[in-house]
Design a protein around this ligand. Structure first.
Ligand SMILES: NC(=O)c1ccc[n+]([C@@H]2O[C@H](COP(=O)([O-])OP(=O)(O)OC[C@H]3O[C@@H](n4cnc5c(N)ncnc54)[C@H](OP(=O)(O)O)[C@@H]3O)[C@@H](O)[C@H]2O)c1
Length: 341
């Protein structure tokens, strides 16, 4: 059934894939994007990526209607976004690009609270939310902000699908170029501290779009990974070296070193605010260096690969092969501020 779907975060990595999947399913898709769209992407890539103009955006989001406004401003959200029209579904891939506490609470929580309120007044009866598997163990500000909004959504009574994916390909491809240049693959500890079931943008976009009509995904929190077994960073590195026909070479970073850096930045951050932000980024890095992106079994006190559902067809190793062959664009410029390497 064709639905009118209001989309937030359409310009992000998963947002773009999800909009394409929604359009392919025949839905009527309206996206609210910021006037300087991709500006956050450009800034977080250290200038390596350009902001997109309207033509470029239309090329990247074919078949969707684009509206320009400010998601953080309720008046703009109402006038420029919902515009007094009726919608069936709110779908959000909106997320803070930095993960810094203030940004996370403004975007992952507050902007969503406002959008949910306006959506309900626009006739919306269902919301599909891109969240993250790591909110199951919320130690960081952005995780707490996401979790707080998940609670608001569940409490709203609206039909909802809260999708908590494991790691994205872009977050696991940052070292392809440096290894190709002859540098070692950097791991924390021995490279076996964590594991994840990587999911591709296309597969996750398809899963999110499918939440609209698939009743088995309604009123549920849905952890989701990609196909195949869970992979450790060491296995990712070994496979990359094999693809390049080279002997594996790893650089092992002790977690204690990260702790020392976090401690020093935390102290300095009490005096220099910019260093407090860097301390939070270092904490984010440490989290991903030590916590697996798999379903957490609280009773057993361990991550559970078998309990982490798989979806889709694309594998990380096929993506690595395409990057090595030069058939896929390196996602270095897409990783944003959360990137560790
Ligand atoms: N990376 C991973 O491995 C991973 C794994 C699991 C879950 N996740 C979760 O997935 C989500 C990120 O997905 P993604 O990689 O697709 O995100 P992304 O590429 O960083 O896109 C973020 C989207 O939010 C928009 N946005 C951010 N700040 C905004 C602001 N102030 N005003 C208006 N729009 C704003 C961006 O718009 P612009 O384009 O205009 O900046 C963009 O559309 C996060 O919730 C993350 O926690 C990530």
């Amino acid at each position: 059934m064709t639905r009118r779907i209001f989309v937030l975060g359409a310009t992000g990595t998963i947002g773009r894939a999800t909009v394409r999947a929604l359009v392919a399913r025949g839905h009527e898709v309206v996206c609210l994007v910021r006037p300087q769209t991709g500006a956050g992407r450009a800034a977080s890539a250290g200038g390596a990526a350009k902001a997109w103009g309207p033509q470029e955006l239309a090329r990247r989001l074919p078949g969707a209607e684009l509206r320009y406004g400010d998601v953080t401003n309720p008046a703009s959200l109402a006038l420029d976004g919902f515009a007094g029209e009726r919608f069936d579904v709110l779908l959000s891939c909106l997320a803070s690009r930095t993960g810094a506490p203030r940004d996370a609470w403004a975007i992952d929580h507050q902007a969503h609270v406002q959008a949910l309120d306006l959506a309900q007044r626009s006739g919306v009866t269902q919301m599909v939310l891109l969240s993250a598997i790591c909110v199951q163990k919320p130690l960081l500000a952005f995780q707490q902000a996401k979790l707080a909004f998940e609670q608001v959504l569940i409490g709203s009574g609206l039909n909802h699908s809260i999708v908590r994916p494991t790691a994205f390909f872009k977050s696991l491809s940052g070292q392809v170029e440096r290894v190709r240049q002859g540098k070692p693959f950097v791991v924390f500890g021995d490279g076996r501290l964590t594991a994840c079931k990587p999911i591709s943008d296309v597969d996750l976009g398809d899963y999110l779009a499918g939440c609209v009509d698939d009743e088995s995904r309604h009123r549920r929190v849905l952890p989701i990974g990609g196909p195949g077994p869970a992979l450790t960073p060491r296995q990712q590195g070994e496979h990359l070296f094999a693809l390049l026909g080279r002997e594996p070479r790893f650089k092992q970073v002790p977690v204690a070193l990260m702790d020392a850096i976090i401690g020093a930045l935390g102290l300095a951050g009490r005096v220099v605010p910019a260093l407090a932000a860097k301390a939070e980024l270092a904490r984010i890095g440490r989290y991903y260096a030590t916590e697996s992106m798999l379903v957490w079994d609280a009773a057993a006190g361990r991550y559970d690969e078998q309990a982490t559902p798989s979806w889709g067809r694309d594998t990380l190793f096929d993506h690595y092969a395409a990057l090595v062959r030069g058939e896929a664009v390196s996602s270095d410029t897409e990783r944003g501020d959360h990137a560790v390497f």
